[in-house]
Design a protein. Structure first.
Ligand SMILES: [Zn+2]
Length: 761
């Protein structure tokens, strides 16, 4: 499944909204309180505590239009007993005071709320001693008897437009949205809101024009507490940024303080600059030190996988072509296997076993492929149970399903052909962990697979069912529960087949638990078409050394149709050649995965492609071979900024077509044209300090590659050699002295190479 990028919109019932009457704002020093560290300064209105100025001193950039700021930098959303928004009150604190315990810190306190005696809010904001960053913490007191739906903090209003803006969104692999205000103004609801952990893989947002200045918003929570992030556009074309924190939904709770701080800062640069700022903090956290990949506790066959084949159906359609391709490639191929199971896809979960082709046939095929050196992992959804299954009733699943604040279950129809829904189970329950781990036990121990791909793994939910034993609503029980689940699975499965447990999506919180991450966004256009957002390798830029990424919808044939789905909707052309107009889209997807440090994947591979789409299959196999010569960069290296390589651009045809997209009755393949680079580059630093620059051309013509850079940009000594590695071998391109590295090279049509910079020791 891959439908989680739909922005989750948030309806809020507010009992008390804290809005101040229009106060006259002023820049006069007598009316503001200000703190600064030489890099940035923050100013609050002395009378009210409104946040009215955020200045980047070096770049003389003011982020906030104070005329637009209406409210305080926080909002507490209490539960409404009547669930009726029209009963919202406006409550004004009668008392506000502030203090500055030191030159970098400011403390703001509000109390005297007419509607709630004893209710107090305190905010502590302090500046980093050296960096252009500030840390924001909130303390909420006197809330007993008034459960909270959300504490918005910080709430930063009036963010003005700054040039040609881009917005970094850490949606799983990463997304760069162009002109977010234009996108928001076109929508009915001028708001985007995302859930962390889950749909957001890390806690970093950046809104910038690289020629001007960037707004950096983050959070230093390393314990995976659930929270939302949001941007809203107002009528003045200014943006409001919110981080929404969730205390336990508990009337007995009298005070709430998150265990973490929000981080607000400024930067000059691009998304890589912002990613590097975040990485500096992120790789020191628990999830990095407990990384399964970094600690070498994942089975070596996963690291050694040169190519994934992602096929669907019975073993003849899956393992057989993979073994053939492995023999052609001459390197290890692993199989990512959907539709092996008894139930129809996205329906009747979790009734996966026995496999649809029968136990004997399945197990024999799995073992036979293993003897040929091809291992396979099978799909199983990590959170869903179909309400139309017999087991749903027989095993009494309802008490252990996720419940929203009103006690309702979370059911959704994924299978557009049958309309049967799936319901989310609560990861905080031992019942679900027992159920899922027993399924893993069977498919590994009995059916001899090499592991389970955990669909919808990198998602989290707020559950309000008090009988589950976790805190209601807010908390970090989801990720904790996931950790318990994978511990339980690994304690039960046999080591015989060296099983692995990768999951869908990516997420910093899951780095200690999953063996690899399925990141489909190099093939984003297949399911999302062409829009104002593009995929960026943000997760790899932060965490490449800590988590293996793989996966792509990249395919040369039309999507398959599950034989268990209704016959009347079955298209005639399943797994038939796609129009060759889309061949370049395939090359582009493979080039992206290669230079972005993912393990390459082909979806729906069949041996007839070896001659029907020879150029494209050869390209893929050549990528796998070349990548294999450069694993210290492309598997284990640290992401670096590319040197200034200007890629030529070409207009290519793009198809939007996946098992559901373009397959709804009456809907056809959607075709787009898109200007894309025809040369892809990715730069990686190995542990031995060498630099590898992966280059992949998808052009039919020669491309002249000509660029210079200074060794100091990569903290390299000023002398060394530049080698070029291709599938034909390794050659010295030139030597460099004085730190000046110069590359002149002619890329063949669809050429691939690794430029290796080896400094003299
Ligand atoms: Zn629960």
């Amino acid at each position: 499944m891959n439908k989680t990028f739909v922005t989750s919109l948030f309806s809020v019932l507010v009992f008390i909204i804290l809005l101040l009457p229009q106060c006259k704002s002023s820049k006069e020093s007598g009316e503001i309180i200000e703190i600064g560290n030489g890099k940035i300064s923050l100013a609050f209105e002395k009378a009210t505590g409104k946040f009215i100025a955020f200045n980047d001193i070096a770049n003389s950039h003011e982020f906030i239009n104070q005329e637009v700021v209406k409210g305080l930098p926080w909002e507490v959303r209490f539960d409404s007993p009547s669930n009726n928004q029209s009963q919202a009150n406006e409550t004004i604190p009668s008392k506000f005071r502030y203090s500055k315990p030191d030159s970098l810190t400011i403390i703001l306190e509000w109390e005297g709320f007419k509607e709630m005696k004893g209710f107090k809010v305190k905010a502590k904001i302090n500046l980093d001693e050296e960096k252009a960053l500030s840390y924001w913490k909130i303390f909420v007191d006197g809330i007993k008897g008034n459960p909270i739906r959300g504490v918005v903090f910080p709430k930063i209003e009036g963010i003005t437009e700054s040039g040609e803006e881009k917005l970094v969104i850490p949606g799983w692999m990463g997304e760069l949205m162009h002109n977010p205000r234009v996108a928001l103004s076109a929508g009915q609801i001028k708001r985007m809101e995302w859930v962390y952990p889950g749909a957001l893989s890390s806690q970093i947002f950046a809104l910038y024009d690289s020629n001007l200045c960037g707004f950096y918003a983050s959070c230093n929570d390393s314990l995976s507490y659930t929270k939302n992030f949001a941007f809203t556009l107002d009528t003045m074309n200014t943006l409001e940024y919110e981080m929404i924190n969730y205390p336990s939904f508990d009337p007995a709770l009298d005070s709430y303080t998150p265990s973490y701080e929000a981080v607000i800062g400024s930067f000059k640069g691009d998304w890589i600059t912002a990613a590097e700022m975040y990485r500096e903090w992120a790789v020191k956290q628990r999830w990095a030190t407990e990384s399964r990949f970094r600690n070498g506790i994942i089975p070596s066959w996963l690291e050694n996988t040169a190519l994934w084949v992602w096929n669907r159906g019975k073993s003849g359609n899956v393992l057989k072509p993979a073994v053939e391709l492995k023999n052609k490639l001459g390197l290890p191929i692993s199989v990512f296997w959907h539709w092996w199971h008894n139930n129809s896809y996205d329906e009747f979960l979790p009734e996966y076993i026995p496999p649809r082709e029968g136990k004997k046939s399945f197990t024999n095929a799995v073992l036979s492929a293993q003897r040929e050196g091809v291992r396979s992992i099978v799909y199983m959804n990590a959170i869903q149970w179909g309400e139309s299954t017999e087991s749903w009733k027989a095993e009494n699943a309802i008490p252990f399903s996720l419940k929203d604040i009103n006690g309702n279950m979370n059911s959704h129809i994924y299978n557009i052909f049958t309309g049967n829904s799936l319901t989310v189970m609560c990861m905080g329950t031992q019942f679900w962990r027992d159920k899922y781990s027993s399924l893993c036990d069977s498919v590994v121990n009995v059916y001899k697979t090499n592991g389970v791909y955990m669909d919808q793994a990198c998602l989290s939910y707020k559950c309000f069912d008090r009988s589950h034993g976790h805190s209601a609503g807010g908390g970090n029980y989801w990720v904790e529960g996931f950790g318990k689940l994978t511990d339980q699975i690994r304690s039960k499965v046999s080591k015989e087949t060296e099983p692995i447990f990768p999951g869908e999506g990516s997420g910093e919180s899951w780095i200690p638990y999953l063996d690899a991450f399925l990141t489909l966004q190099p093939s984003r256009e297949r399911y999302a078409g062409v829009g104002n957002s593009e995929t960026i390798p943000l997760f790899q830029a932060i965490y490449h050394q800590y988590g293996i990424t793989y996966g792509s919808y990249s395919s040369l044939v039309t999507p398959p149709y599950d034989e268990k789905w209704p016959k009347e909707y079955a298209p005639e052309n399943t797994e038939q050649l796609l129009d060759e107009a889309f061949n370049k889209q395939f090359l582009m997807e493979q080039a992206r995965s290669f230079v972005w440090g993912c393990q390459p994947t082909i979806a729906n591979y069949h041996s007839f492609l070896n001659y029907e789409r020879k150029v494209e299959i050869d390209y893929l196999l050549n990528i796998a071979r070349l990548r294999y010569k450069a694993l210290k960069y492309l598997l284990k290296g640290e992401f670096c900024r590319n040197p200034g390589i200007e890629p030529p651009v070409e207009n290519i045809k793009i198809s939007r077509l996946s098992i559901y997209a373009g397959r709804t009755p009456g809907e056809n393949v959607k075709t787009f044209n898109k200007d894309v680079p025809v040369l892809y580059a990715g730069t990686w630093k190995a542990d031995d300090n060498n630099i590898g620059i992966a280059l992949a051309s998808i052009s039919d013509n020669y491309i002249s590659v000509d660029f210079n850079f200074n060794s100091a940009e990569y903290n390299l000594p000023s002398e060394g050699e530049v080698y070029i590695i291709t599938n034909e071998g390794k050659e010295l391109l030139n030597s460099y002295t004085g730190g000046s590295i110069s590359v002149k090279y002619s890329m063949q049509p669809r050429g691939l190479c690794i430029l290796e910079i080896v400094p003299s020791v």
